[in-house]
Ligand binder design. Structure first.
Ligand code: TXA
Ligand code: MG
Length: 356
């Protein structure tokens, strides 16, 4: 059964948080908002509870969870041999959307880390998440709260959509939309130089300043091709995917991009396919003659990619409600949070990318 509680995102009600934390300490699952996406949380130190997360999501057992702590000092509870530069980084960056890979403490069960000797850890910048961790008194192991393979949930409604009808018990803390809308940045700091495993709201430009070193960016972190499983266990799985087939249209030059979208829509429509478009507001306006009769999902503003990030997964879920054969998504620049957006879009398309 899903038990849903409304909670104030800025000043979470103590009674609700207390009840949810007791449920979690008893081995139960609690879906909760973070500044990135909703997580599906369990007591990190309870192996049975961790396994329950994998079962509920249908997540492959070798794809480890992220451990959420209340403060930088708590890093010691889940990681060992933390180098001085990492302490310095977390003191400056947490709470925030930055997950670090470190050697795991023996207190963390192998169930939580998919059998690996390393652990992914972060401290989330959301009052509800922080308060839940503090009341629970344990670090919370939580992947994104979607069913495996589905777009991550940025609203409690997405969590409900994925699990209603399932034989699963969970408490859902509904605090409305999450803030950023894409999952945290993941950096492997056991390697030198540190390796970006997943781009996120903590941008590459910011990471370079924070670490004051070179950061390695593998092709898969840009959403181009399959990941090296030894480095990034979760990245080999199909991700974020709407059920509808999706292609991403990319071009560095904006006039070229508009022309390419026009050509792709006309080609596909001529081939008899029912198409829908995922466009920024600017592009929707620029193509207003083309889009009459073609359903458009507005992704946000090209001039402010944060608006695109916050709606991205909801846009992908909306596509499935339109009953079309093909979604055609506009690509944006890979700068700032744009890198995270393009990584998710390319993966969601199964790497179906059309370039000018
Ligand atoms: O923003 C977020 O990170 C959200 C919220 C809930 O905190 N969580 C999240 O978890 O997105 P999710 O579903 O992406 O799963 C954790 C990711 C997977 O891609 C997994 O492969 C990677 O973290 N990961 C976990 N432990 C790892 C490890 N030891 N080495 C490499 N990657 C790891
Ligand atoms: Mg996920």
């Amino acid at each position: 059964m899903l038990r849903i509680y409304r909670v104030n995102p800025i000043n979470p009600e103590e009674e609700v948080i207390r009840e949810a934390s007791e449920y979690l300490r008893g081995g139960g699952l609690v879906a909760f908002p973070t500044e990135t996406v909703y997580g599906l949380g369990a007591d990190t130190f309870n192996p049975e509870a961790c396994l329950r997360v994998f079962r509920a999501k249908g997540r492959p057992p070798d794809n480890p969870l992220i451990i959420h702590v209340a403060s930088p000092e708590e890093l010691n509870r889940v990681a060992r041999d933390v180098p001085e530069f990492v302490w310095d980084v977390v003191r400056r960056a947490w709470p925030g959307p930055l997950t670090l890979i470190l050697p795991k403490s023996s207190d963390v069960p192998r169930e939580a880390t998919g059998g690996r000797d390393t652990v992914a850890v972060r401290s989330p910048a959301h009052p509800v998440a922080l308060s839940l961790i503090k009341y629970s008194g344990v670090p919370i192991a939580a992947p994104s709260a979607n069913k495996s393979g589905r777009p991550s949930p940025t609203l409690a409604e997405h969590v409900i959509e994925d699990y209603e009808g399932d034989d699963v018990d969970m408490v859902i803390l509904d605090a409305g939309p999450t803030f950023f809308g894409v999952e945290s940045t993941i950096v492997d700091v056991t390697r030198n130089p540190p390796v970006l495993l997943r781009p996120g709201p903590f941008t590459l430009e910011e990471l370079r300043v924070l670490f004051n070193t070179e950061i390695k960016v593998p092709e898969f972190a840009r959403g181009l091709g399959e990941a090296d499983a030894a480095l990034a266990p979760g990245m080999k799985y199909r991700h974020y995917a709407p059920r509808t087939k999706l292609v991403v249209v990319e071009c560095g030059d904006y006039a070229g991009l508009l022309k390419l979208i026009r050509d792709v829509v006309e080609d596909e429509a001529r081939g008899g396919l029912k198409v829908a478009l995922l466009l920024t507001r600017e592009t929707r306006e620029a193509l207003s003659d083309l889009v009459t009769g073609v359903p458009v999902i507005e992704m946000g503003l090209r001039s402010n990619p944060y608006t695109i990030a916050s709606r991205l997964f909801d846009s992908l879920r909306s596509l499935d409600r339109l009953n079309v054969d093909l979604g055609i998504a506009e690509g944006i620049e890979e700068r700032g949070i744009g890198l995270a957006i393009m990584n998710r879009l390319r993966k969601a398309s199964g790497f179906s990318i059309i370039k000018c």
